[in-house]
Design a protein around this ligand. Structure first.
Ligand SMILES: [Cu+2]
Length: 170
């Protein structure tokens, strides 16, 4: 009985810690398939409201489109990919490389920022795909851009970049 309670408490603690950063809702996805990236923002910068969220799109995540958000200004940056990719039978070599949402999210509130895209089937299976995020606040900035050592816990670094684990196509 006590063991069960301790395990539940440990689970809740881990979930809370992992959830307490800017993270992706879905943390594993198959290459060669569509992927909806949902960025969860559970707090501001040391209590200060978030006024801008800038997301850098990793190479290999193609055909990206952001979801507009009421009350937020949306800017997208487009650029060349490092190589050509196949997207549903079409060869493409450029697309969205950064998405910025500008608005105001008080620290007391939680919100999600969404985009849809395609994980190219040339991405390396078993690796993590990182989406560096810069969170600008009324006071201060937090850069969620750190990449833990291979296989290490995301919490081994202070500001882990949101990431998704790449799974085999089938
Ligand atoms: Cu946090």
């Amino acid at each position: 009985m006590l063991k069960t309670i301790l395990l539940a408490a440990a689970g809740a603690l881990f979930a809370t810690t992992a959830f307490a950063h800017v993270t992706l809702e879905t943390r594993e996805a198959k290459i060669g398939s569509g992927y909806k990236a949902v960025f969860r923002v559970p707090h501001g910068c040391a209590g200060s409201a978030t006024v801008k969220l800038r997301v850098q799109i990793p190479e290999g995540y193609i055909g990206v489109k952001p979801m507009p958000k009421a009350g937020w200004k949306l800017d997208i940056v487009k650029g060349k990919y490092d190589k050509s990719y196949d997207l549903y039978g079409h060869s493409i070599n450029e697309g969205v490389t950064e998405i910025d949402w500008t608005g105001n999210l008080p620290d007391d509130y939680y919100d999600e920022f969404v985009m849809s895209g395609f994980l190219s089937d040339s991405l390396p299976v078993g690796e993590m795909l990182y989406f560096p995020v810069v969170q600008e606040c009324e006071k201060g900035v937090t850069r969620w851009i750190e990449k833990p050592a291979k296989g290490a816990d995301p919490d081994s670094v202070e500001h882990p970049a949101p990431a998704v684990k790449l799974l085999p196509k089938k």
